[in-house]
Design a protein around this ligand. Sequence first.
Ligand code: SF4
Ligand code: SF4
Length: 234
Amino acid sequence: MCTGRVDLGFIFRSFSNGMDGVYIAGCRLDECKYITQGNYHALNMVLLGKKIMEHIGLNPDRLRVEFMSSAEGSRFAETVNDFIKKVSAIGPFGKSEGLDENGLKSKLNEIERLIPYIKIVTREKLSSRLKDPETWNQLFTKEEIDKLFSEIISYYIDPEKCQACMTCAKRCPVEAIISAKNQVHVIEQEKCIKCGTCLEVCPTKFSAVTKISGGPVPPPLPEDKRAIVRKKKE
Ligand code: SF4
Ligand code: SF4
């Protein structure tokens, strides 16, 4: 209903579902009737989405946003027809870019999983309100998006410090933490969306969660070695 609702998740899910192009039409900038100015939000999502597409080797022209009023039917028709012409000229999704189908699928899955993290890292720029179209392409650079992915952070629970208080597991929004009573907790990296909640909520007296930037995550303790041996009080 409103472009303020447009999310990277919608865009990349459309591509994952086999769409060759995604076209988003919103109200004219600065004519949003809400103070939230949702169409700027959509614009920023599209600008970020385009750079992520470039990062994985996709043609960013497959994604387009246009702003118009509901009275501009002819403009809508013209821009949609132009978009269809351009996307048809680019060709089938991924194949025209010379990307391997399975490789592209796993990249798209990875992007969809990392969307909450990407939005956290880019949150300041995602609240921009760039009026001049000449400046849009500079909001995000390909270099910064490449860096975002190369320095991607991971969270890790130090088995020497974890006291199985279970706080992190209760607060993890995606149930990515293997939790059991009196067992060292373990983050399932393939489920983790890197929101950082576990780091925030782990009690300071344990400080068992660490943030790893760009490097490998130590392998998890085998299940039969996770029992916690508590020190007896003297
Ligand atoms: S960062 Fe921590 S709380 Fe957030 S999803 Fe990953 S494991 Fe769960
Ligand atoms: S909050 Fe910290 S100490 Fe408690 S279970 Fe999680 S990692 Fe372990």
